[in-house]
Design a protein. Sequence first.
Length: 340
Amino acid sequence: MLILGVESSCDETGIALYDTEQGLLAHALHSQVEMHAEYGGVVPELASRDHIRHVLPLTENVLKAANKTLQDINAIAYTQGPGLSGALLVGTSFAESLAFSLQIPTINVHHLEGHLLAPLLEINPPAFPFVALLVSGGHSQLMRVDGIGEYELLGDTLDDAAGEAFDKTAKLLGLGYPGGPALAKLAEQGMARFKLPRPLLNSGDLNFSFSGLKTAVLTLVNAHTNLDLQTKADIAWEFQEAVTEILTLKCMTALRETGLDNLVVSGGVGANSKLREKLNAATKRKLCKVSYPRLEFCTDNGAMIAFAGAMRLKAMQGNGNKSYGFSVRPRWDLAELQAP
């Protein structure tokens, strides 16, 4: 079956075609980073309008790249939530109306389920069950994953997520938007000069808290009247060390407590090279396996939505939705999902 995937939850428009027999055929992504950089963050109304401008041309480009037509599509998967309401409405209404015109089923996908399953797109995909670290946008969660829709929340963020902490710390250091990649790049020039706290590192549970770490950075920044480039780099280095140390320790604790030896890391922060370095070393020491999506699929994309939709449609034996009514879910707990 050929599945069209549509992603429009925030500031990236993603379209992809996934074939259940041949795999990923084509995908395309339009990023709004340059547009939102002027404002230092995502402007929801601008994001929605930009999705409208690009969703149809991207679909046409992907069909052409895969040498397919609309009539070849068997189902359409789209992100129903969580995300920005207006942005979600663009992708949802496009997907449902196109499916109605073609009289094919739709599959509404949870954005985080897309991220969680993205590593399964790789040549050697991880096998169920596994522990998943989801570090995407406002989410920092540890999940036990036993199958499609079989998710148990092990740990969650109590305040700021890791991605939010990266962006806010980058802003404190006067870096551009998006802050995470800019801070990681600056940290490459830094050294061990400062010491920041590791919140909840030894809390005895699997929860996260990064708000206090961000506040500690603010205190450190305010203590320096002359914040030169090297000082910024040293702060960035220590901040990244703190976040990656926390994430790594919690992941290893989750593996130990669940008795599993398979770890999956998904989401934008999952592209961080320091985090991958630490997780690779830690899992190797414990004879565990860690899997990541390729870098281009760490951030939002249509491929992960097409794949998640295909997996759900397969589990439903091809019986997707054909009512063509639609709604969006800006707030949607991944733990609420059920097996198809």
